[in-house]
Design a protein around this ligand. Structure first.
Ligand SMILES: [Zn+2]
Length: 79
């Protein structure tokens, strides 16, 4: 058994998202990016004042204000 190093792969797989704790309590919306016809999630910013994200294909930036009282919908289309 000359390849003991393979055991390291098992331990490195234990915590796939160690840096994920920063989004505790944050919300997200489902966004349909019409520009590229793709779906993605957009998360609230640190101040919880807006949802900010970008298209996964063309990186177009979008921002949706929170607290305007306009809608309870959790799904939006973005042109
Ligand atoms: Zn796009």
């Amino acid at each position: 058994m000359p390849q003991k190093g393979q055991q390291l792969d098992l331990t490195s797989d234990a915590k796939p998202q160690a840096a994920d704790s920063s989004r505790v309590g944050s919300r997200f919306l489902g966004i349909h990016f019409v520009c590229c016809d793709v779906y993605s999630r957009v998360y609230a910013n640190r101040e919880q004042t807006a949802y900010v994200g970008h298209c996964p294909r063309c990186a177009k930036r979008i921002q949706l204000q929170i607290g305007s009282g306009g809608t309870d919908s959790r799904f939006f289309e973005v042109q």
